[in-house]
Ligand binder design. Structure first.
Ligand SMILES: [Zn+2]
Length: 296
């Protein structure tokens, strides 16, 4: 497996298309968080969607956040992606198990439940962009399709898949997004619908060794597809001791004072974990005092 994504265009620039292969990235997420198969599938699909949507950003520095909050057992899924292809994600509950939809099919929709999908774009502007839509099914791909139609008025087809092995590891993960521009011709739309209707599952194509480009060649067959860009994809957390201490400062002053005095009384350092990668950082009561500008 090598994680890559691609951006293509077709039919005289009236179609834009994205595809990703992200098996290693989703497996790295699973390894760090120890997610159960259905959580791996839900978070993995969202990671693949976010990866492709990050290619829609103008600037590689821009940060895209997708958040799915449902009333199902998973709780909230949060994924961030930079245009540089760096992904990370977390789920409020990582050990969820729900009965399969049918033999061998994880029921992501049931694990997610009813709720909302939030899309946040931080471009460095004072007010980050945010769009919210109701979840259609909680299966992620349908929810993203609905988001593009509602919030961005862009008709889209989204396919996402994560194949989890019997040993709970990620065998394949990937997906595609195809979008119609306002001036797309009727015959273009018809050809696209036919291609997508005949397309096997994304994970089946990936299992056969298909690259993101091969998937889009099939989706855009007969529509003169053209490659615009290739990018690498990886799971990486940009956390640091300073950032984790800073995130601790969000709790109340009284709680910070208590944390410092307890640590001092026990003679133990303070530990805080980055929720995105599970890395634990250790620091002294004095370091927290200094960061919070408190004296205990
Ligand atoms: Zn981290």
């Amino acid at each position: 497996m090598s994680d890559k994504m691609i951006r293509m265009t077709a039919a005289n620039d009236t179609i834009r298309a994205f595809a990703v292969s992200a098996g290693d990235t989703v497996e790295e997420m699973r390894r760090r968080h120890g997610t159960s198969p259905v959580v791996t599938a839900a978070l993995g699909r969202l990671l693949c969607g976010a990866a492709m949507m990050s290619m829609m950003e103008k600037d590689e520095e821009d940060l895209l956040t997708l958040q799915v909050s449902g009333d199902g057992p998973i709780g909230t899924l949060t994924v961030t992606a930079s245009g540089g292809g760096v992904l990370k994600g977390l789920a409020s509950h990582t050990d969820v198990e729900v009965p399969p939809k049918y033999a061998g099919k994880l029921d992501v929709g049931r694990a997610v439940g009813h709720g909302v999908l939030r899309v946040m774009r931080d471009t460095g502007a004072p007010e980050p962009y945010a769009g919210t839509v109701e979840l259609v099914s909680g299966e992620i791909a349908e929810d993203l399709t609905y988001y593009f139609a509602q919030s961005e008025q862009t008709p889209s087809a989204v396919g996402l898949g994560v194949l989890v092995d019997r040993d709970c590891r990620v065998a394949e993960a990937g997906g595609f997004i195809v979008q119609l521009m306002p001036d797309a011709a009727e015959e273009t739309i018809a050809a696209l619908e036919k291609n997508i209707g005949e397309l096997p599952q994304v994970t089946a194509l990936l299992s056969e060794g298909a690259a993101p480009e091969d998937i889009l060649e099939r989706v855009l067959s007969g529509l003169s597809p053209r490659v615009l860009e290739h990018r690498d994809v990886s799971y990486r957390c940009d956390c640091s001791k300073e950032r984790v201490i800073r995130s601790l400062l969000a709790i109340s002053r009284a709680d910070l004072v208590e944390m410092v005095s307890e640590a001092r009384a026990d003679g133990k350092p303070i530990e805080a974990r980055c929720h995105f990668c599970n890395e634990t950082y250790v620091f002294s009561p004095e370091e927290l005092e200094r960061a919070a500008r408190i004296t205990v």
